[in-house]
Design a protein around this ligand. Structure first.
Ligand SMILES: *Cc1c(COP(=O)(O)O)cnc(C)c1O
Ligand code: SF4
Length: 340
């Protein structure tokens, strides 16, 4: 699709309104979700949670990939609030990865050499129950150009920073205009060579990857790395496959990070299916994360030995580039800790 001319402009407006409409129409109530899936509260082994302070939020595009009538659907389990989240477990904290200690300017986390991470937005296209930033104080992160100025000054003053990671929350929840504004400011800093975007938007609402966004990626001087977050092969449908193709046509390299989750993707077969689907649609498995110990997520924990065995088996079954690195985030370490 062309990117200029008044007639075309209105097509683009329609496109961008489409993903915003998907956000507005996302399901936020547990009874409504259960109705979509032909399920009743008593179909679940434990109680569902109707009043969780981290509320249900899931787009209909994602619900459409769940199996109706299956209370153990691996996509459903990632997003359904249950009473297990109320259980306090020793060692599970509100800030399990020590974000607060590495915030060098408002919204700017500088934990590792050569790259910084910007909390570009507090908004996501979905609420994942195991999210390690589910208690993050997003309200305090910058929203405007002026509020980002200290972070930008800091990046500009440190030539060792070669890569800026837009994260959150989800940076694609900023509209194209604000995203481009922030991205172009980063691009104007000469020593920055790479832009990385950590996002689950293409998975949840694939039409977020519109032509305006792709044109911007294609025109940037920066080399662009998009890191998706897909945990199960069932998440990969036609629409997501098209979005991935569009990102790659725009010149982005596309990687995936997954979280190892009990009862969702914690077997060799499930991880093999995921990795194969990923490489078949042109995405390289990057990280498989051992769960961060965030308060409310202990029921997703998988023993370390399970992850190690899965990786060892994958190595026998798949080409080397299809096997992710099993990692854990340890506060104070100079890089993510490689477990396998
Ligand atoms: C994970 C992470 C990164 C990126 O680490 P890579 O190993 O380069 O993927 C950067 N900053 C922070 C704060 C992180 O948590
Ligand atoms: S999309 Fe990422 S940041 Fe947002 S809730 Fe899920 S895991 Fe957390």
């Amino acid at each position: 699709m062309a990117s200029s001319g008044t007639g075309i402009q209105s097509v683009q407006d329609l496109e961008s309104h489409a993903w915003q409409r998907s956000m507005q129409n996302a399901v936020r109530s547990v009874p409504e979700l259960l109705e979509c899936l032909a399920l009743r509260p008593e179909d679940f082994p434990g109680p569902v949670d109707l009043e969780n302070p981290f509320p249900l939020f899931v787009p209909r595009e994602f619900i459409a990939r769940m199996n109706p009538g299956d209370p153990l659907d691996p996509l459903l389990l990632q997003i359904l609030p249950t009473s297990e989240e109320r259980i306090q477990t020793p060692g599970y904290q509100r800030d399990p990865v020590g974000d607060e200690y590495v915030e060098r300017a408002p919204g700017l986390l500088h934990k590792y050499t050569s790259r910084v991470l910007m909390i570009a937005s507090g908004l996501c296209a979905v609420h994942c129950r195991y999210c390690f930033r589910r208690h993050f104080p997003y309200d305090e992160s910058p929203k405007s150009n002026e509020q980002w100025q200290r972070a930008i000054d800091l990046i500009a003053s440190d030539p060792s920073i070669r890569e800026v990671i837009l994260s959150g929350g989800d940076p694609l929840s900023l509209g194209n205009q604000r995203l481009k504004g922030l991205g172009n400011t980063i691009e104007s800093i000469e020593h920055v060579q790479r832009l990385r975007i950590h996002t689950r938007f293409p998975v949840m609402i694939p039409n977020r990857i519109d032509s305006e966004f792709c044109d911007w990626i294609a025109s940037s001087r920066l080399s662009c790395w998009v890191v998706l977050h897909i945990n199960h092969a069932n998440e990969i449908d036609q629409a997501l496959t098209r979005a991935i193709r569009a990102l790659k046509l725009a010149g982005a390299s596309v990687l995936n990070q997954a979280v190892l989750l009990r009862g969702i993707n914690d077997t060799v077969v499930l991880q093999r299916n995921l990795c194969e689907r990923l490489i078949d649609v042109g995405v390289q498995p990057y990280y498989l994360h051992q769960l961060d110990h965030v308060e409310g997520a202990a029921h997703f924990e998988t023993p370390l030995v399970v992850g190690e065995q899965i990786i060892d088996e994958l190595r026998k079954l798949l080409p080397g580039y299809a096997v992710p690195r099993l990692v854990r985030e340890v506060s104070g370490e100079p890089h993510k800790t490689l477990l396998r």
